[in-house]
Design a binder for this molecule. Structure first.
Ligand SMILES: *[C@@H]1O[C@H](CO)[C@@H](O)[C@H](O)[C@H]1NC(C)=O
Ligand SMILES: *[C@@H]1O[C@H](CO)[C@@H](O)[C@H](O)[C@H]1NC(C)=O
Ligand SMILES: [Zn+2]
Length: 511
């Protein structure tokens, strides 16, 4: 009670003092106006980031490009990628020279990604489904699903996909139809997904369709290796991955439990680091469906405690996942979850909703009261002024996933996303990709593009990019040592990135 009222008084005072000095009626109109703009600039995310003379040069180049793009958008809003649905925007984004820069930008880490949805659907089809051990069967719901090892989920005899492909009239069409099973892409998202529940239903269903691919050790390994590769190629050096850490079957039919799976992942990362020297590491957040019954929740909590004890620097925390609007709220789990609050940190999804003062919205309150380390989405936080200050004071970052929020129907035009408000108030945020493979994205650059072009102020360049990238290291669960090592690697990549922008400009002026 006391902390809350202290926070409240602190905000009112802050707001008062902020404006009282700026709206000084001794000054002329123009000076007051300039003061307002300068004051807002100094408050917002990245506003106080130092830029070296070289960075200033690069910033000018970037801002010139951004200004051009925005001016085009003001004249022709209907082809302005940052305001469009990603399914329409993707080809336009790829044509924007700013996207090239965003791809080269060292982005630090991804702190919010679900493993099953982490790889581009194109690779899953072009690679995994060309293996004889990846099959299709009809599920008990009468729907086609991918499968590898014997499972009760199949009602019909599983058939190797290469065999089905060999019988197909048109291989390209066949592969396309497979890809649509695991990708929400459609030409007409507005018609095919008229509301939040429709799109969530299809979205959740993809997890069931693709899930069987990961039950088999060789495909599990290939998939996760590719996951790291796609991030690395996109200049992401580190990952905190949400996963259920379910069991696997190996080539000899042996069962591996989640303990073995942890070792599989750790070995995979060690191997990956050998040929990708800048990669900094992987940690996992154990995630379970929020609608789990008490028994499976208890089981998973117990598994978490054991894994955490064994791999304290790898299994970092716990989360509940699934559509919040129609799922069980955190408040129902508080007593249960308290049992493990000593064992590790929480990384709760919360406030991924358009509703105000519903259970889903109030998940934010429970998350913070349970000392969550970060928040997945926190979309509805902008409606809760008392929580803004608490987030700043406790230095809790929101994991913002622009494309996810758009595709899953929280907002159409991403310029209207509350992240703009979080940036203007300097509420800590990091940019994440959530489930890129399920919506035709790949890596983190598309999300970063939206953050830069739709969330950030029009006249902000390198400062915000630098801050967002650093935030991903700052708000990660790395140890002090890991973080300082990461800073060295990041700094070197950043300097190279700046040089590459300057070089680009030299080329342009010399031709
Ligand atoms: C699948 O991907 C792996 C790793 O990227 C690669 O080594 C392998 O050659 C690929 N296989 C096919 C059939 O594309
Ligand atoms: C699934 O069911 C359909 C008809 O219901 C059938 O034509 C098809 O062969 C089945 N697929 C498999 C893989 O068994
Ligand atoms: Zn998520």
């Amino acid at each position: 009670m006391r902390t809350i009222s202290t926070i409240f008084i602190a905000i009112s005072f802050f707001h008062y003092s902020r404006s009282a000095t700026i709206f000084n009626n001794q000054l002329n109109y123009k000076d007051v106006r300039n003061n307002i703009i300068a004051a807002e600039e100094s408050i917002r995310t990245g506003g106080n980031i130092y830029l070296s003379p070289k960075e200033h040069e690069a910033d000018k180049i970037l801002l010139t490009m951004k200004e051009k793009s925005i001016n085009r958008g003001i004249i022709d809003p209907s082809s302005y990628a940052p305001s469009l649905h990603f399914f329409h925007a993707k080809p336009l984004i790829e044509k924007d020279p700013i996207f090239d820069i965003i791809k080269r930008l060292p982005k630090g880490g991804v702190l919010h990604l679900h493993n099953s949805a982490g790889v581009s659907s194109e690779w899953v089809i072009k690679n995994l489904t060309y293996r004889n051990d990846v099959k299709l069967c009809n599920s008990t719901d009468g729907e086609k699903i991918f499968t590898t090892v014997p499972t009760k989920a199949c009602q019909s005899e599983p058939i190797p996909i290469p065999k089905l492909r060999a019988q197909a009239q048109d291989v390209k069409e066949f592969d396309k139809s497979l890809e649509l099973m695991i990708n929400l892409y459609t030409k007409y998202p507005e018609l095919d997904y008229p509301d939040v529940n429709t799109v969530w239903k299809k979205f959740q269903n993809i997890f069931s369709i693709i899930g069987g691919i990961f039950d088999y050790l060789p495909t599990y390994k290939a998939f996760h290796r590719r996951l790291l590769e796609e991030l690395y190629e996109d200049n992401v050096m580190y990952l905190e991955m949400r996963t259920g850490m379910g069991g696997l079957i190996d080539e000899n039919g042996n069962k591996l439990n989640s303990d073995d799976v942890a070792l599989v992942l750790l070995n995979l990362v060690d191997e990956f680091k050998k040929d990708h020297p800048l990669f900094l590491g992987l940690k996992v957040i154990l995630a379970i469906p929020r609608n789990s019954d008490t028994q499976s929740l208890e089981l998973k909590m117990q598994r978490f405690v054991e894994l955490r004890k064994k791999y304290p620097n790898f299994v970092i925390g716990f989360d509940l996942v699934g559509q919040e609007d129609i799922g069980r709220p955190l408040s129902q789990y508080v007593e249960k979850l308290k049992e493990i609050s000593q064992n590790g940190r929480f990384f709760f999804h919360a406030g991924e909703t358009n509703w105000f003062n519903t259970d889903a919205d109030h998940n934010l309150i429970d998350a913070i009261l349970m000392n969550t380390k970060r928040i997945g989405h926190g979309y509805s936080l902008y409606k809760h002024p008392v929580l803004w200050e608490a987030f700043k004071e406790k230095d809790i970052a929101l994991e913002i996933s622009p494309i996810s929020n758009q595709v899953l129907h929280l907002v159409q035009d991403l310029r209207n996303h509350p992240a703009s408000f979080y940036i203007s108030e300097n509420i800590p945020i990091v940019i994440a990709n959530d489930d890129p493979g399920f919506w035709n994205a790949k890596g983190l650059s598309y999300d970063f593009y939206y953050a830069f072009m739709a969330f950030a102020p029009s006249d902000t360049g390198l400062q915000i990019l630098k801050q967002l990238a650093w935030n991903s290291l700052k708000y990660s669960a790395m140890s002090q040592k890991e973080r300082s090592d990461a800073a060295v690697v990041f700094k070197a990549s950043w300097d190279k990135f700046i040089d590459s922008i300057l070089l680009m400009e030299n080329k342009n002026t010399s031709t």
